[in-house]
Design a protein around this ligand. Sequence first.
Ligand SMILES: C[S@@+](CC[C@H](N)C(=O)[O-])C[C@H]1O[C@@H](n2cnc3c(N)ncnc32)[C@H](O)[C@@H]1O
Length: 600
Amino acid sequence: MAAHAVSPLTGGLLRRGVTLHPRRRLLAVAAVAPEAPAPTPAPSQLPPSPAPPRKGYYPKRGETVELTCEALAFKGKGVCKVAGSTFVLLCDGALPGERLLARVRRLRRGAFAEAAKLRTLEPHHDAVEAPCPLAADCGGCKTQSLAYAAQIRHKHLQVRDLLVNFGKFDPKLLESSEPDAILKPIVPCDEIFRYRNKMEFSFGTKRWMQRVWKEEEVVKEEVNEADGYALGLHAPGFFDKVLHVEKCFLQSEPADKVLAVVQETWMDPALRLTPYDVHKHVGFLKHLMIRTGRNISTGTPEVMVNFVTSCYKPDLLMPLVDNITKIPEVVSVINNVNTSVGNTSVGEQEYTLYGKPNITEMLRGLTFQISANSFFQTNTKQADVLYKLIEDSARLKGDGSEIVLDLFCGTGTIGLTLARRAKHVHGYEVVPEAIADARKNAKLNGINNATFVQGDLNKINESFGKEFPKPDIIISDPNRPGMHMKLIKWLLEVKAPRIVYVSCNPATCARDLDYLCHGVKFFRCSGKGRTHLLIAVRHEYHGEILDLILFITGYTFHDFDMTEELFYLLFGLAVENNTRHDPGLGSYWTTDPKTRLGLC
Ligand SMILES: C[S@@+](CC[C@H](N)C(=O)[O-])C[C@H]1O[C@@H](n2cnc3c(N)ncnc32)[C@H](O)[C@@H]1O
């Protein structure tokens, strides 16, 4: 299969195996409506007048440019332009409405460039003071100085544009004022700090210093880097530079206590602890992962600390363990040993150095065990809201007659919350440890009508679906690359009356929705009845607030491909005459109206 197209604008993988033309990748952002202009400042406050319009401007690497940020792209990068030019420069830390000085870092196949922000010339609209003193330099949070309401507005715009440009949905139908508008309002998060139940900090040999600005002086990037050990989060765009972090507003207070104790202890020369050098591949400490759960009897926080190291030397870790276990909330200390040169935190071996091998958390009245490497939604409160929405959207009759298929089930959380109202839940997941956790979680909650199977949903064959009855409700919650074409094909063939699609990447979600909703040649559905497609999109920014966006569509299908019905009866989108090649299946996709009506 060809290399995946990685789009910084859309968050990564789009069409599997198809490299999108770089201009096309820009579409998702180019269509974002610019913000309303900021109120005009008094003449005394006016910044120096911008450079004259530069038509046909093309940046040079290393050049310092004055930019205006117009919108936010996926992962919070600012979409910036030089005055008078249409050329897009993506810039970390630039926010809509801001005028800034930046240095051009990379040119991306002539279609757009990446730039590093040097300093603000004029602040953005909706500016708020970032509570974290590291916010301007840390790769963890990118939009802390943007009012939360504005963050939500931008996320909404991004999702809408992705659905229009990649999902091929009619913008009028997406956002009509009718109650059946497809794009529902974002469900915001009540808590905008300390909401993450898991943070992963890196140990590093290159400490990234905070920038100090002197009036009118352009500080060189190199000045920010100094040799020295660090424990913290990566500087934006650098895998080898770590910003030293002593407390983090994203994690729980007990987790902050752990971080502080580790920081006080680990650099003591007497302990002979060394950070792992990602260039030379020497050193011991790789990552510090801190997870926060809840004691199911008392409801108080319980914390797991996971040291990821390059080899197994528990004696070296013991002084750290002794200190952190003085914190009453710490109930588990784990050591994952990862001998590979890669940067992941999953070890080949896992050892429990103190307490229990896992912590617990409660969601929708159920108890879940979480081990160091199992997937668990990172915002517990918002996960509760999401699962409630899923339950509502699934609309199980509650008479115990329906079959639920939970694809990408992780530790079984969604399926288990639905099991109480279903006949049986069948869960599929690739990670064996997650399947083991799912089975344990079923037992822990006295649920006997759930079966969890380990399997790779990217590699399904004709026998998939034979081992369980035809599902009434399918939950699909893939990770960021979205669903494989084989799975989409199977979903279209099985014609479950209801699909709930939960996504953490609106770009691949938009692509999958296009495939699911707008037709694939050779896929035809027959039969009559009501079919609903429900899509819940969990819109996640790295280190940012988790919002939920719920799309609900319903349609009736008759003799045609279910996607045709959706296309014509529900959305009535304009038909284009073009044909796309889908290398995943070796077949052709078409938007030809005759094909869409199943007449081919
Ligand atoms: C976004 S998580 C969802 C987990 C679960 N539904 C939840 O809410 O906790 C996606 C899950 O898909 C699993 N996964 C990723 N690729 C997979 C594949 N090819 N086949 C099956 N499962 C996969 C991951 O291990 C992860 O547990």
